[in-house]
Design a protein around this ligand. Structure first.
Ligand SMILES: Nc1ncnc2c1ncn2[C@@H]1O[C@H](COP(=O)(O)OP(=O)(O)O)[C@@H](O)[C@H]1O
Ligand SMILES: N[C@@H](CCOP(=O)(O)O)C(=O)O
Length: 316
């Protein structure tokens, strides 16, 4: 259960007084999610999602709330934050930073098909393009500097072989990070659980709390590693082509991006292998039941490394 901070209906009713969205009808905790406390909040005006932020601070949150507001205003299907009467997107509830956003229809998919992947590619390109006029900046807190330091902390928990793979990849990425790839706003966590489908139609992208400024292609690789993965950690070619073609139709890939693709797939696998290892070995109280399997991303990383070296053997 991902309600880390309990809110009673009485507390919610009083707190709602600072918004112009009617009075409380119903409040239901949302069990999925691993970072924040989320409730479905129904008022006399409609259905919303109330989030209490467990880790992010009042200083950090305006970036994400303003980004969702910006993207929603540009037609991206994502939650629209609701402002208080005093015109703030962020308030406090039970000692935590809190916000209300619109509730999107639909639910996430576990086994997406080709048409779903195409919609994800198109929407990701829309996010990248709409993000061009977003005026705020945020560096990626889970970028190369972070995985280098975190990899060292993880060494005592890994067997010799996995430790070597991790260190080799951190070194490889340090040597191959291509600075001149196109960059801008990225979602940075566009996994299956962060996209909702209403029937066959993509109805929304959620969970922008890793978004930041980084390489666009890296964001595409994060999505492909999740949406197009096959059972053994390989890539399902049809789904990957659907996602990449739909993205390319909106924001064409540049020649330098094409060359960087295998490196980006590896970087995207490394990032989530490291974060899953970290969450497993350094858990927050209450987080244990949600620790996601790091081996999944170790397998993906090993597969991407092998695939790239096979490609190189073909090219030479
Ligand atoms: N705006 C929204 N509209 C509809 N459902 C939402 C919305 N935001 C979150 N949810 C639901 O809440 C769940 C958890 O949200 P998520 O942002 O992934 O939480 P966390 O940040 O804790 O990982 C999602 O899987 C989804 O079912
Ligand atoms: N997508 C990441 C975990 C990020 O957590 P989220 O539930 O907030 O999206 C992973 O699968 O490791």
């Amino acid at each position: 259960m991902s309600v880390f901070t309990t809110v009673t209906p009485d507390e919610a009713s009083t707190w709602l007084g600072q918004y112009a969205i009617g009075t409380l009808v119903e409040l239901n905790g949302i069990s999925s999610g691993i970072e924040n406390t989320n409730y479905f909040l129904t008022t006399t005006h409609g259905r919303y999602v109330l989030t209490l932020f467990e880790k992010l601070t009042h200083d950090e949150l305006p970036y994400f709330l303003n980004l969702m507001d910006h993207l929603a205003r540009h037609g991206v299907p994502c939650p629209q934050p609701v402002a208080t009467i005093a015109d703030s997107l962020l308030t406090s509830l039970n000692g935590k930073p809190a916000s209300i956003v619109s509730c999107l229809s639909g639910k996430s998919l576990e086994t997406p098909g080709i048409a779903h992947c195409a919609q994800v590619g198109e929407t990701l390109a829309d996010i990248h393009l709409a993000g061009k006029t977003f005026p705020f900046q945020r560096d990626n807190p889970r970028g190369a500097a972070w995985w280098k330091v975190t990899a060292q902390q993880l060494m005592p928990f890994l067997d010799a072989d996995s430790a070597q793979v991790l260190l080799d990849e951190v070194r490889f990425q340090a040597l191959h990070r291509l600075q001149d790839l196109p960059r801008g706003v990225v979602h940075a966590d566009l996994f299956r659980d962060n996209v909702l489908f209403d029937g066959e139609r993509l109805s929304g992208v959620i969970d922008f709390y890793f978004s930041c400024q980084d390489v666009w292609l890296y964001d595409v690789a994060i999505s492909v590693n999740d949406w197009c993965v096959s059972d053994e950690g390989g890539l399902d070619e049809e789904r990957m082509l659907a996602l990449l073609s739909a993205y390319h139709a909106v924001r064409p890939f540049t020649p330098i991006e094409r060359g960087a693709w295998p490196v980006m797939l590896r970087a995207a696998a490394l990032r989530f292998w490291v974060s899953r290892l970290y969450d497993l070995h350094f858990p927050r109280p209450g987080e244990l039941t949600h620790a996601k399997d790091p081996v999944h991303f170790e397998r993906i990383l090993r597969q991407r490394v092998t695939a790239q070296s096979q490609l190189q053997r073909v090219w030479v």
